[in-house]
Structures are given as C-alpha cells and as structure tokens.
Design a protein around this ligand. Structure first.
Ligand code: LLP
Length: 411
C-alpha cells in the first residue's frame, strides 16, 4: 500500500470500522494491474487475475471494470466473478479436482478455457461436454519439473507435486484430445509456484513448453495460447523482485515468430501490497523475560505467518515516533489457543494496550484464507477509493457463525 494515508487517517479508519480490519487501496490495485497491461503493449494477451488471492466482490468488480479476466479454481469463485460483473469469456479454470457439477456449471457459463490437470479430467470433461452438447475449450497444465526456488508449500512445478501433467505424457494426451469430439484444443499452461523472486525458472519452463508446442504443431495440432500462470513475488522484507515488464518481455521474446496469445494468472502481485491488516493491542504480558503483545487479530484472520513461517512487516500506527528507549522485542500474538498463533516474532517495537498495529502487505492470501476458528467472526474489509473509505464486507457476527446449526438442535 502506498504511503498515501497517514497514520492519523488510518487510526481514524480503524476507529470507525473497528478491528481486526482489512484495508485495501484501489489505486494500488489499479497500478499493479496496469503494470502488467503495459508490459504487453499490443501483444495479444489475457490477464486473468487469480481470484484465490483475494476474492472480495468489490475487488473483483474493480478489476473487471479494468478489463481483467479471472483465473478460478472452484465453482464458488466462478459465481463470485459473475456476481461482480466479470466476463465469463475471460475466465480460465485451474485446479486438480474439478467435480462433474463444477464442469457442468462452467460449461454452461461459457468460460474461455479449462486448464486440465489429469487424464481422468480429460475423460470426464469430454463426457460431460458431450452430454451437454457443448464444445469444451481446453489447455493442458504442464508440470515442467522446474524448481521455482520458493517455499515448498507454494512451489508447484516439481514432478513430485500434485499439479499438472508430466511433460513426457503431454504430447500423446494432446493427440488423444484432438480425436475427442467434444474438446476444442486452445492452449497449454503452467504455473510453477508463488512468491517467485527469480526469473530463470520461468525461462526454463517457457523453453520446455514452447518446444512441446512446436512438436505439436509439426504433428498438426496448433495451439492458440500459452498461459504462464502467476507467481511473481512481492516485497515483504528485502526480496528482489521480478519486474512484470521483464517477465512479459522474456515470454514474448521466447515466443518469437510463433502466433501465440499470452495468458497470465497473477494473484499476489495484483493485491498483495495493496492491503493491510489493522489490529488493536489488547494487552501486553511478559513470560520468563519474553514480551508478548496480544492483539485482536489472530491466525484465523491471517494464517501466513503460522502456515508458511512468512515474515510480514508490523508497524505501530498509534505511536509512530517509536522511541528506541521504549522498544522491546515482542512476539505479536493472537488470542487463539495455539502456540502457532502469531503474526510476528521478535519485533522491536514500542507499544501499549490500545495501540493500533498494521500488518503490511496483507492484501493477498490474507482475508481469503481466513477461518472462523475459535468461533471468531471474520474481519471487516474496507476499500479506499477516491479518498473515501468504503466498507466492502461487513464484519461477521458471532451469531451468524452458528446459524446453520440452530435448526439441528434437539428439540
Ligand atoms: N495460477 C494458479 C494455477 C495458482 O495455483 C496460483 C496460486 C496462481 C495462479 C496465483 O499465484 P500468485 O500470482 O498469487 O503467486 N497461500 C499462499 C500462496 C498460494 C498460491 C496458490 N496458487 C501464500 O499465502 O503465500
């Protein structure tokens, strides 16, 4: 998030909407999207924002208005895209476990492409499409077996991962698909991981997939697009970043004279640095010389530190002077009954009960991964746009969390 808002304004927003609170900056999301669009220039392309990173309807609407397409992984995400006014013809559908009913819904909706991840899925899609008498546009997700050099949980392009189809198998599968009456071969895709900071794994994956595309062309199977997934990292700490323009230029250069539209599926790099989580310090305590700040946000609100040991910057919005004499090394922890419930460890901060803290760069995989663990309602979400702070998701009430259970109580 750009430092357009000063701490007083942020504190006021926190007071108005209460905490924990997710706050997003529309201008930053737009700028991030434009960096990709600009990188393509007039090269034929489709930017499919990865909905999983942040699926709030107002954010999807903002991106849809800019002309963005969407990468979805569930029927739920497709329904969100439609509710937000997204164009189904710009939707690609990824994921290893699409069910029959998901395929039916997406086929009837008329999406741009099914990114297929297994032989079983090829057969199921052909069967369902035949029943519905609809031609299904398809792409095979290739697992190029490259090391994305990122956290193992978010690395997806190695052969031991569950994702995609092995290079060695893909050629024959394309030939098989070409004979299937209800499939329409559109392209090829890969997605090698998330929070990538080096471009070389992409170069490797591009070389491998383009060679396969050429082999297919020689065999009379012409693909229309290449989808190189998402995965560009953002700066949480001091990471070096891949410039979207360099990434796209690399792909365009490697594609060369081939006639291939480029599709990308960025998630984190569109919304990550455009959001923050604001939380209030409930109390401070000391155990055996260790200092804890217990805050009102927890791992159910933001699971990245607990799940990936992710480091996310934490600042005090209420005391911006941060007198070094008052600083202590704090573990910033939530109220949940788990040792893994922390937002940050060993942070040198001056703080006291009642202070508002912000966890920076929490726009991606923050709210989207939130849960109701410990019967905690999920946070409110607010979007800053044109100088105004607008509520885009109401804070969940505790009562709403057990609504679906009340009718099942024994009378
Ligand atoms: N396309 C596919 C097929 C994906 O699986 C993903 C992310 C993306 C695109 C978008 O990747 P991005 O541009 O956001 O890196 N929860 C983890 C990240 C999981 C990423 C899953 N797949 C985290 O908080 O770091």
């Amino acid at each position: 998030m750009k430092d357009t808002m000063n701490n007083v304004e942020l504190t006021q927003i926190a007071q108005t909407f209460q905490t924990p609170l997710y706050l997003y900056d529309a201008a930053q999301i737009e700028a991030n999207y434009r960096a990709y669009a600009k990188g393509f220039g007039d090269y034929p392309h489709l930017i499919c924002y990865a909905v999983k990173a942040n699926s709030n309807l107002s954010i999807l609407q903002l991106l849809a208005k800019m002309g963005s397409g969407f990468d979805i992984v569930s029927q739920g995400e497709l329904k969100r895209v439609l509710a937000a006014g997204g164009d189904p013809k710009k939707v690609v559908y990824s994921g290893v476990g699409k069910r029959r009913e998901d395929l039916i819904f997406a086929l009837k909706t008329g999406i741009a492409c099914f990114n297929i991840e297994s032989i079983a899925e090829i057969h199921l899609l052909n069967e369902v499409a035949t029943e519905l008498n609809i031609k299904a546009p398809v792409s095979l997700r290739i697992n190029p077996n490259v090391d994305a050099k990122t956290h193992p949980y978010i690395s997806t392009g190695l052969k031991e991962n569950k994702f995609g189809i092995r290079m060695e198998e893909a050629f024959e599968l394309y030939q098989m698909m070409a004979t299937m009456p209800s499939l329409m071969i559109e392209g090829m895709d890969f997605h090698i991981g998330s929070q990538l900071t080096e471009i070389s794994p992409y170069a490797e994956a591009l070389d491998l997939t383009l060679a396969l595309i050429d082999r297919l062309a020689d065999a009379g199977i012409t693909l229309k697009h290449l989808d190189m997934g998402g995965g560009l990292g953002i700066q949480y700490e001091d990471e070096t970043l891949i410039d979207p323009a360099d990434w796209i230029a690399l792909a365009i250069e490697k594609i060369g004279a081939r006639s291939l539209k480029l599709v990308i599926e960025p998630g984190r790099s569109i919304v990550g640095n455009a959001g923050m989580l604001i939380t209030e310090v409930i109390l401070t305590k000391e155990n055996e010389g260790k200092h804890f700040a217990v805050v009102d946000a927890a791992m159910n609100d933001l699971i990245r530190p607990a799940l990936y040991d992710a480091w996310m910057e934490i600042r005090n919005l209420s005391d911006t002077v941060q007198n070094t004499a008052d600083m202590k090394s704090y573990d910033i922890v939530g109220p949940i009954c788990e040792t893994g419930d922390f937002l940050g460890k060993n942070r040198m901060l001056a703080l006291k009960a009642g202070d508002y803290l912000m966890v920076k760069d929490a726009g991606a995989y923050g709210f989207a991964m939130a849960s109701n663990y410990n019967s905690r309602g999920r946070a409110a979400e607010v979007l800053l746009q044109d100088g105004k702070a607008r509520l885009i998701r109401t804070r969940e009430t505790e009562e709403s969390l057990f609504e679906l259970e009340v009718a099942h109580l024994v009378k």
